[in-house]
Design a protein around this ligand. Structure first.
Ligand SMILES: Cc1ncc(COP(=O)(O)O)c(C=O)c1O
Length: 617
């Protein structure tokens, strides 16, 4: 086992319900002076409610892990600041398409001052971003619109010169810098779209740009920035380290730090997207769906659209495991996520901006959360629609718009989704193609237990009947019963229920595994014969993106205990998702936990997972 060489996961830029003015669905806030125990949530990540459940009351309780005593909120003029809340993404989950995290507006009866609103409007209207950005087209998504019964328009920011909207904000800030400040140069930290926006803006304005990226940034990304004329500095193992270095260097050398989202000029630059949409739309818009990371894009769009056409809903879309804005709106203050899902790397942020949050609280209508599968489904939709490949963050808003239209049964309205970027990590395509049909509810994954006897495979196939099998895994075992893992193509949810009924009525126990990430990321690849391994515990570790991460891991647990299972496949994620089995006797569990804590890698215990037991033991 120790000879396994785990490739460092390719690093990529950091990165899942309607603002009904008439009926807001507020989720009750937990008392602030209590710390909620999140251990159950940690050991088993879950989506609070399944797609099939429509009850608006079934929202999982919000767990507050702790307050971060070191990272203080900006001082309030009156009271002493409270430490920032640290919360888990799992603590606020609701069904796909539901508009949650609807901001409380009662504390702000004036809804922001007129002077402030005018400042943003003037900034947006007088922008010079068209020196560098194009007015991107607003295109009807014909197939999606037909399927949903609405007119869905896509704002094609993926067609910008650096394949995302990020150059708007960077340029809008940089073009306003006084000549002498610009002459000293700018600096930013980013491993993705912001880096390219700053580099291109610097080239246009004739200034130098230092782009600080983590050492683990794939060559293709830093080469792209270098080609645009940026001076790439590779520093630290993580984005946070790169940012700290960039800020320090800005101070020491008098360079101007260009933040990725939290600055009024960056927000106003992104706001030009909203200005274009209002000009380009041919009819009344019901809602604009915007992907949310730090909140710069949505704050800018809201700052324009809500002042010009207040009836248009501005709806944020976040991955369910990267929901910093939803949780901040829910708590009424900026929270810090204790972990963040890295699939949609463009929006994987642990905390939203201060200014972006101030605007969003006042102007946005709520947040829709979507799953990784749904994002993949929307990436496929976009490919079918326009033959374009979006990056996951780029397709996020389309997934949110579709889910929302379905959840609220909207028909015959105009909705806009921002296709925000196309800087796709090629390695990620593998997982996208695996999950896209599941995300579009055209494929489902099942396990069926068959008696290990002649003729049962044939009987099973007869029961699957007309359904198209897209994946099939079976290996004869030593027991009386074998488990078959398989995927089927489908057109309606009813077909699945029928299939399950047919199996069960023939006494073949059948489980629908479609929502299990453990199955989709690991078990479908590992499956093939069950073994009972003594004292085996099963953990899903997230290895950090740095060379030597595997050796560090092995140094912590080997040779102390035997590694009995190891599965990893690069998926272009921010952290490597590794499934590990280790033989640790019950009495030594405390030592295991201590060693894991010293190692510091995030992990979930999966030993008690019933699907694992069924397929692997
Ligand atoms: C493609 C893409 N979409 C959406 C976002 C989120 O933007 P914001 O951080 O302004 O919310 C980003 C941020 O980098 C991005 O790169």
């Amino acid at each position: 086992m120790d000879s396994v060489r785990l490739p460092t996961a390719p690093s990529s830029l950091r990165t899942q319900m309607l603002g009904q003015p008439v009926h807001h669905h507020h989720i009750p806030l937990p008392p602030r002076n209590r710390h909620y125990d999140d251990r159950n949530l940690r050991s088993k990540p879950f989506i609070g409610i399944t797609r099939s459940s429509r009850s608006r009351n079934h929202v999982s309780p919000v767990a507050v892990i702790s307050r971060d005593e070191t990272s203080m909120a900006p001082p309030l003029p009156t009271a002493s600041p409270l430490p920032r809340l640290i919360v888990s993404p799992n603590s606020l989950q609701y069904p796909a398409g539901y508009l949650g995290a609807v901001p409380e507006r009662t504390s702000d009866p004036e809804n922001g001052s007129i002077a402030e609103a005018m400042e943003y409007l003037t900034n947006i209207l007088s922008t010079k971003v068209y020196d560098i950005a194009i007015e991107s087209p607003l295109q009807l998504a014909v197939k999606l619109s037909e399927r949903l019964g609405v007119r869905m328009f896509l704002k094609r920011e993926d067609l910008q010169p650096v394949f995302s909207f990020k150059l708007r904000g960077a340029y809008n800030m940089m073009v306003k810098l006084p000549a002498e400040q610009l002459a000293k140069g700018v600096i930013c930290s980013s491993a993705g779209n912001h880096a390219q926006g700053v580099a291109l803006s610097a080239r246009k304005l004739g200034c130098t740009a230092v782009i600080v990226m983590p050492k683990t940034t794939p060559e293709i990304k830093w080469q792209a920035v270098k080609k645009l004329g940026g001076t790439v500095v590779l520093v630290g193992d993580s984005y946070d380290e790169a940012q700290a270095y960039a800020k320090k260097r800005a101070e020491e050398e008098g360079l101007t730090f260009i933040p990725p989202f939290d600055h009024p000029d960056v927000i106003a630059g992104q706001g030009t997207v909203g200005m274009e949409i209002t000009r380009q739309a041919k009819g009344p818009i019901h809602a604009i769906f915007v992907p949310v990371g730090g909140g710069g894009l949505i704050a800018g769009i809201a700052a324009y659209v809500k002042r010009v056409s207040p009836e248009v809903k501005i709806i944020g879309v976040e991955p369910a495991d990267a929901n910093a804005m939803a949780l901040s709106l829910h708590h009424g203050e900026r929270v810090i996520l204790d972990r963040v899902g890295g699939f949609a790397d463009g929006v994987a942020v642990k905390e939203v901006g201060e200014e972006t949050f101030r605007i969003c609280r006042r102007l946005m209508d709520g947040v829709v959360l979507v799953t990784r599968d749904a994002i993949c489904g929307s990436m496929k939709d976009m490919h079918e629609e326009k033959r374009s490949i979006l990056e996951p963050a780029g397709a996020l808003a389309i997934a949110g718009a579709e889910a929302y239209c379905k959840y609220y049964g909207l028909k015959d309205v105009n909705v806009v989704a921002i296709a925000s970027g196309a800087n796709m990590d090629f390695d990620k395509l593998r997982i996208v193609t695996e999950l896209a049909n599941v995300g579009r509810q055209q494929e489902a994954i099942f396990a069926t237990c068959l008696p290990e006897k002649a003729g049962s495979f044939k009987q099973f196939c007869e029961l699957v009947g007309p359904m198209n099998i897209t994946e099939f895994k079976y290996r004869c075992g030593s027991e009386k019963e074998a488990v078959v893992l398989y995927s089927v193509g489908m057109h309606t949810g009813g077909e699945l229920k029928e299939l399950q009924k047919r199996m069960e009525s023939s006494q073949l126990k059948t489980l629908n595994l479609t929502t299990s990430d453990l199955v989709k990321d690991h078990l479908r690849y590992l499956m093939g014969g069950r073994t009972s391994v003594e004292d085996e515990i099963l953990c899903r570790f997230t290895f950090p993106e740095r060379p030597g991460a595997l050796m560090n891991f092995l140094d912590s647990f080997s040779p102390r205990w035997n590694i009995s299972l190891f599965h990893y496949r690069a998926q272009g994620e921010t952290g490597a998702n590794v499934l590990v089995g280790i033989q640790v006797p019950e009495l030594e569990m405390e030592e295991f936990r201590n060693r894991a804590q010293v190692l510091g890698y995030e992990y979930f215990m999966e030993s008690e997972d019933n699907i694992f037991k069924l397929l692997m033991r």
